[in-house]
Design a protein around this ligand. Structure first.
Ligand code: NAD
Length: 467
C-alpha cells in the first residue's frame, strides 16, 4: 500500500513539474480554506490533547500557519520563474539559469508540541514546490492527528497529500520506502534514526531538532521587558516549545532584582498562589504522564543537587501538571542542565563577565536559538560572532519565527537544513542548474586535445587572469 502511494506521489510530482503558477496557488488556497474553515475544530483538538488555551492555539498554530500560507501565495509566481544568474567573464557569451523543480514524494514526520503548525507549515512549502506528500503526525497528539487525517483526506487526493497515523513503528515502516525527501521535526535522538533510515534510499533530509536554547540577560537590558518576554516564552505551551528559553544566564549584579520581576510575571500571568496557578485557564498541560514523570525526575534530581526552588515546583502526575517553576543555584552537572527540559522549569545561573557565558555555550552542543537581552552593542557583537546557533534573537523571544524572510533551522545537533518562506520552497525543490552556451563556446575548443605548448601557455594565462 505504501509502495503504491509513494509511486503515485512521485508521478504526481513529475506531472507538476511544468505547472502554471495558478495551479499551485489553487492548492495553497485549498489548504488555506481548510485551516480558516476549521479553526474551531483545530482549537478543540489542541485543547483535548493538552488543554492548550485557545489564545495560544490561535497565536501559535493558526496565525503563523496562515501567515506562511499567505506569504507563499503572494510569492509563488516569482519562486516558480526561471531565474537568470550571472556568468563569469571566462564563460562570456553563455547564459545561466536556475529552476526549482518538485523533488517527488516527500515525507513529513511531525512532533506533538505544535501538532498542527509543525505539520501543515512544512506542507505549505511542499505543496508550493509541487510535490506529493505523505504526512506522519505524532501519536502523542491523537486528536490533532485524527483531525488532520480527516480534513486532508477530504480535500486532497492521496497522490498529492496522504496522512498515515501511527507511532515509531509506522515511521520505521515508512522509512523503508524511497521517498525523495524526508522532513523530520522532533528530538535529536530520533533525528539520528530518521537520517539513518533515509540514507538507505539516499533520500534528502531536513532535520528540525531540539536542544537547549540559552537566554542571556545582562545588566544593560531593560529588565522589566526582558522578564515579561522570557516568562511568556518559557511558560507558553507549558514550556513545550523547541525554541523555548531552556535556561537563563543573568548578570550577577541584577540577579535578585530580575528574579523578583520574573516571579511577579508568573503571578500576573497565572495567579498569586499555587492553587490559582493550577486552575489557570492560561496555562497548558504536559502532553502525557510519561513526560510529566520525566520533568518530575529532573526536578527531584535538581533538588538532590542542592538547587533552590524560587517559584513553583508543584507536580501532579495524574493531571499532567507541572507548575511554572524557577530554579536557582543549579550545578552544571545536574541532569536538568544536561538534557532539553521541554517543560515549564527555568534554571537560572549567574555570570560576572559575558565571556563565561560564551565559553559555557561553546562547550555544549550548538543550540537551535540563543536569546540575548541587552542594550550593549559590544555584548551583541560578542554573542553574534563568538557563538554558533540556528538563530540569534535579540531583545525578544519566539517571535523571530514569524519573519518568513529569515530561514528557520538548527545547526549540528539542533538541526540540518531550514525552511519558512522561500527557504521552505527551496528545501522541497531541486534547484536545477541550466547552462546555455553561446558564441564564446568556440574559444574553449582551443584547449581540447591534442595538447601542445601553445595550449599550455594559453591555460597558464587563463589561470593568471583574475576575473
Ligand atoms: P520525537 O522525536 O519523540 O517524535 C517526533 C516524531 O518521530 C513523531 O512523529 C514520532 O512518532 C516519531 N518517532 C518517535 N520515536 C521514534 C523512533 N524510535 N523511530 C521512528 N520514529 C519515531 O519528538 P517529540 O517528542 O514529538 O517532540 C519533541 C522534540 O522535538 C523536542 O526535542 C523538540 O525540541 C523537538 N522539536 C523541534 C522543533 C524544531 O522546529 N526544530 C519543533 C518542535 C519540536
Amino acid at each position: 500500500m505504501i509502495e503504491q502511494l509513494v509511486l503515485h506521489q512521485k508521478n504526481f510530482a513529475t506531472r507538476s513539474r511544468n505547472d502554471h503558477y495558478q495551479i499551485r496557488l489553487a492548492h495553497l488556497e485549498k489548504l488555506e480554506s481548510l485551516v480558516t474553515d476549521h479553526q474551531t475544530e483545530i482549537c478543540k483538538a489542541l485543547y483535548e490533547d493538552f488543554k492548550k488555551p485557545e489564545v495560544e492555539a490561535l497565536m501559535s498554530e493558526v496565525l503563523p500557519l496562515l501567515k506562511e500560507l499567505r506569504f507563499a501565495k503572494a510569492k509563488i509566481r516569482k519562486w516558480m520563474k526561471l531565474k537568470r544568474v550571472k556568468t563569469p567573464t571566462m564563460l562570456m557569451g553563455s547564459k545561466s539559469f536556475t529552476r526549482l523543480e518538485p523533488l517527488g514524494a516527500c515525507l513529513i514526520i511531525s512532533p506533538w508540541n505544535y501538532p498542527i503548525y509543525l505539520t501543515l507549515s512544512p506542507l505549505v512549502s511542499a505543496l508550493a514546490a509541487g510535490n506529493g506528500v505523505t504526512i506522519k503526525p505524532s501519536e502523542y497528539a491523537p486528536h490533532c492527528s485524527r483531525l488532520m487525517h480527516g480534513l486532508l483526506a477530504k480535500h486532497f487526493k492521496a497522490e498529492q497529500v496522504a496522512v498515515i497515523e501511527g507511532g515509531p513503528e509506522t515511521t520505521t515502516e515508512l522509512l523503508k520506502h524511497p521517498f525523495d525527501h524526508v522532513f523530520f521535526t522532533g528530538s535529536t535522538s530520533v533525528g539520528r534514526i530518521v537520517m539513518r533510515g533515509a540514507s538507505e534510499h539516499l533520500s534528502r533530509v531536513t532535520l528540525e531538532l531540539g536542544g537547549k536554547s540559552p537566554t542571556i540577560v545582562d545588566n544593560s537590558a531593560n529588565l522589566h521587558e526582558a522578564a515579561k518576554k522570557i516568562a511568556w516564552a518559557k511558560f507558553f505551551n507549558a514550556g513545550q516549545t523547541c525554541v523555548a528559553p531552556d535556561y537563563l544566564f543573568v548578570q550577577a549584579d541584577v540577579h535578585d532584582h530580575f528574579v523578583r520581576l520574573l516571579k511577579t510575571e508568573i503571578e500576573n500571568s497565572f495567579g498569586k498562589n499555587p492553587e490559582a496557578v493550577k486552575s489557570s485557564a492560561s496555562f497548558a498541560r504536559i502532553i502525557n504522564r510519561k513526560h510529566t514523570g520525566r520533568l518530575k525526575g529532573l526536578l527531584e534530581n535538581a533538588l538532590a543537587n542542592d538547587t533552590t526552588i524560587l517559584a513553583g515546583g508543584e507536580v501532579d502526575l495524574d493531571q499532567h501538571y507541572v507548575a511554572p517553576t524557577l530554579l536557582d543555584k543549579i550545578p552544571p552537572t545536574a541532569e536538568i542542565m544536561n538534557q532539553e527540559i521541554f517543560g515549564p522549569i527555568l534554571p537560572i545561573m549567574t555570570f560576572k563577565d559575558l565571556s563565561e557565558v560564551v565559553s559555557y555555550i561553546n562547550d555544549n552542543p550548538k543550540p537551535l536559538m540563543i536569546y540575548l537581552y541587552s542594550n550593549s552593542n559590544f555584548n551583541l557583537h560578542m554573542v553574534m560572532k563568538e557563538t554558533s546557533s540556528g538563530s540569534l534573537s535579540v531583545n525578544d523571544s519566539l517571535i523571530s519565527l514569524m519573519n518568513p524572510h529569515l530561514p528557520f533551522g538548527g545547526v549540528g545537533p539542533s538541526g540540518l537544513g531550514s525552511y519558512h518562506g522561500e527557504f521552505g520552497m527551496e528545501t522541497f525543490s531541486h534547484k536545477k542548474a541550466i547552462f546555455k552556451q553561446g558564441w564564446a563556446g568556440r574559444f574553449m575548443k582551443l584547449l581540447y586535445p591534442p595538447y601542445d605548448s601553445g595550449k599550455l601557455s594559453l591555460l597558464k594565462s587563463l589561470i593568471r587572469f583574475k576575473l
